[in-house]
Design a protein around this ligand. Structure first.
Ligand code: SF4
Length: 344
């Protein structure tokens, strides 16, 4: 029997709606969610491919690369934690976790005196961010990063701004930035130079939309400007996680990892994001729905539910809380259930 269910795209912080097609209880494809206010039926390739993780989800747990039952793997995790000094243990949580999971991970870490770290693309939270409509209605849009390619449903608002007569100033890491195609002025400079060069031009009719900075100083510079801004994260709930805990910069993350002996990674792919020699860490334990660079180097991997198999909520880049419901049933453990077992 074919069914279509509404959910949210988990592949960046824009918060687009996504429909999934279910055939006899299995998710087989995606379908436009026409009435969703964020994306009105459009999804980018990353969004359409977001079900890959569900379709390639782990069926088993792994200890030292050998398949084991989930209960056995959780027992091994408990042994590692019980034999470690709490100051040597670091938990990494992720913008891929929903609000309830972040709260549970934080509570677990604090109760055990573990280090807790959250990495949000080297970005941070801003109290007053621009809405997507404010991007589309701005007179000038300063774009840092290839938003049209990497976060296309925000890119669409930048195109709308251009159609409404706005001037677009784009900074990209390469000459091939897709965003450059609609920009009035383009630059491949550093973020600092871009902000300094445009300082006299940025006013309260401007919006800065960005998905990277070169340093934490750039974030302070953006915050000090007389205009609204919109940081766009690579993960669906980074903004929601920032409401619960502060993000660390890449330098702070590396300093913490240098002093970590047991690393627990909750639904994150930190090995893909940081330039760090993870072989320095004695034990890496991943709780993940499917394979990534971090699970490949992990000593223990415990499967968790994909977002399609659970209820939850994400907070999108402009700060709206969005609820989602399980599209299919699953008897895989959630992260909250795993934490309860570790606490037990
Ligand atoms: S822009 Fe982001 S949230 Fe929207 S479909 Fe693409 S990856 Fe998903």
């Amino acid at each position: 029997m074919l069914e279509i269910k509404h959910t949210l795209c988990p592949s960046c912080s824009v918060g687009c709606g996504l429909n999934v097609i279910i055939n006899n209880g299995e998710i087989v494809g995606t379908f436009p969610y026409k009435r969703h206010p964020v994306n009105a039926g459009k999804n980018c390739l990353n969004g359409r491919n977001s079900i890959d993780c569900y379709q390639n989800k782990f069926e088993k747990a792994f200890v030292s690369k050998s398949e084991v039952d989930v209960e056995k793997a959780i027992e091994e995790v408990s042994k590692e934690l019980n034999s470690a000094d709490s100051s040597d243990v670091t938990l990494i949580c992720s913008g891929s976790n929903d609000i309830e999971e972040i709260k549970a991970i934080k509570e677990f870490g604090e109760s055990k005196n573990y280090n807790i770290a959250f990495y949000a693309d080297n970005l941070k939270d801003f109290a007053d961010v621009a809405s997507y409509d404010e991007v589309a209605g701005a007179d000038k849009v300063f774009v840092i990063g290839d938003l049209l390619y990497e976060n296309p449903l925000i890119g669409r608002r930048i195109v709308h701004a251009k159609q409404n007569g706005a001037k677009i100033y784009a900074l990209g890491k390469t000459e091939n930035s897709v965003t450059f195609n609609i920009a009035d002025e383009t630059s491949n400079s550093s973020v600092q130079e871009f902000l300094d060069n445009n300082k006299g031009n940025i006013d309260d009719s401007s919006v800065i939309v960005f998905n990277y900075v070169d340093s934490q100083d750039d974030l302070d510079k953006i915050e000090a400007l007389n205009c609204k801004c919109l940081p766009v994260f690579s993960k669906s709930n980074s903004k929601g996680t920032l409401g619960i805990m502060e993000a660390k910069s890449s330098d702070e993350m590396i300093e913490l990892l240098e002093n970590t002996k047991v690393l627990l990674v909750f639904n994150d792919d930190i090995a893909a994001e940081l330039d760090f020699d993870f072989a320095r860490i004695s034990k890496i334990i991943s709780f993940a729905p499917c394979s990534n660079k971090t699970t490949e180097i992990s000593d223990i991997v415990v499967p968790i539910k994909t977002w399609l198999e659970k209820d939850g909520s994400f907070v999108n880049a402009m700060g709206e809380t969005q609820m989602f419901a399980a599209a299919v049933e699953s008897d895989v453990l959630s992260e909250i259930e795993i934490i309860e077992k570790l606490n037990g």
